[in-house]
Write a protein that binds this ligand. Sequence first.
Ligand code: COA
Length: 245
Amino acid sequence: MSEVLLIEDRGAVRILTMNRPDKLNALNHALTQALHDALRVADADERVGAIVLTGAGRAFCAGADVSEFAALTAEDKQAIAARGELTMRLHLLFSEIGKPVVGAVRGHALGGGCGLALACDLVVASETARFGYPEIKRGIVAAVVMANLVRQVGRKTAFELVSLGEPARAERALALGMINRVAADDRLLDEAAALAATLAGMSRVAMGATKRLFHRVADMALGEALAAGRDANIAMRAYRREAKS
Ligand code: COA
């Protein structure tokens, strides 16, 4: 059986490639777990400064593997709960690790796949990309993925995406702030890797602290968020003094 996740280093950039191209990289249990574990390993590896997440073949990721869910019945409560937990942990992990993750998206990024793209810190997409949440059209809910979506685009747009289930092309996703850059399809991975290399070249301590603070303040009330920024400011000044002496 071929590996569901390919792992390759380009200098200080670790490239994780979801590798189920014949299933448009649908997230089965094995791929979800492998991605979760690989993010943790990359975060702990001091040779790695930044991560790129991409998909093999014509799609980034077509979401949860619906064939796996079709095999489950209402009686499989433990399996259903364990899978929901793993998916939730994977999406949370992007914000917990100190190293920045750049998504490189071509083709479909749907449901859980769109959620993974939005969980990345920065996203480069090719003009072939389609970002969307088609769950409603299947009579199900864009569930775990809703948390990042509603934090990253306006509420009206977020509700439109989850209630109509129509995908957004790369240019619209860019205008909505779902992604950072659009690249030519044949340049996608190189551009994402170059962006990741720039991030990897920054101070690791400053990048980790920036990422931690970013995710903390995004969800806080203003007063609390400013206090968290003040604390990070003091901590970084102390760090820089120690680093110089
Ligand atoms: N889970 C499992 N398999 C999937 C999948 C998914 N989410 N999405 C695509 N695949 C599989 C297809 O079953 C097909 O496999 P097969 O060749 O063995 O039959 C293969 O990937 C290619 O998909 P196909 O539908 O033939 O490609 P397409 O270009 O005609 O259509 C999509 C692409 C993305 C529009 C279509 O595959 C789709 O709607 N997928 C489901 C997307 C979705 O609802 N995601 C949220 C799940 S909760």
